[in-house]
Design a protein around this ligand. Sequence first.
Ligand code: F6P
Length: 297
Amino acid sequence: MFLEEHLVAVPFDVKTLVLAVAGQSKAIAGGFLDHSRLAGTKNIYGEDQLELDKWADQLLIDAFEETGIVRNVASEEQGEIVEIVKARGSWGITIDPLDGVSCVKTNLAVGTIVGMFNEGDVLEKGSMMDAACFVLYGPLTTLVYAYKGKGVHEFALDKKTGRFVLREESITIPQGEIYGSGGLKSEWTDAHAKFISELEKNNYKLRYSGSLTADFNQVLHYGGVFCYPALKNKPEGKLRLLFEANPLSFIAAEANGAGSNGVQSILDVEPKKISDRTPLYLGDKKTIALAEKFLKQ
Ligand code: F6P
């Protein structure tokens, strides 16, 4: 089954938005060779941008504008929310156009992450999100989408035809024994370090690529946990609430898993500004409950 056929089960707006991402993801997948030089600029977090970051960002913003139904776009690459004044719809979109860019140099998988709010406000709790999707550019280009209450579905781009074909329908995160944790070990809090040793005692195997979308996709299929914790020198952690944590937590929750900041569901965290960061634990329900048990102490 093709993506556009599968999307008849969700509201027409959501279909339009997911297809806009799918369309641009083909261009992005084809652009790594030409656009992977440094752009000579920094994003709002002070990180070096690749040409690819800025190019992918613009492609996506233009595509959302073209749908006519998107009012606001918050992007990890923009300092402020982009308002589309002529929009006739009210959707608010968050984008991380290219997550894991440091992995481009070493040719590891990287991704695009998108969150969608029907009510237009992007500075909202993740529980207000209506749909989310991500694209993973690996040996295959895959697109995973979730619409509230309608499951999580994965499609793969057939490069011969340029169409996304169903790869796995109604994904649920199994209970698994894989873990990955970001952050310098010497900066981990005692609670996080104890959680990780508990996982190791229980034969969890370490797998960490440095690209959130790829690491999350692994947990989505195999279970276990991906974490980027609060650090002693950075209590808010590294990852961004709006652009990374919220959409992936929404997808995890729709796949019967969970996303937590260690003490509460990510989806219940009230954002204060678009650049908010958060500690992040994503994975199967049992492992996330174990994380919270250690982190709440
Ligand atoms: O937020 C960008 C990102 O590259 C994520 O994709 C990834 O999980 C994380 O940063 C990797 O950080 P570190 O290099 O500290 O492990």
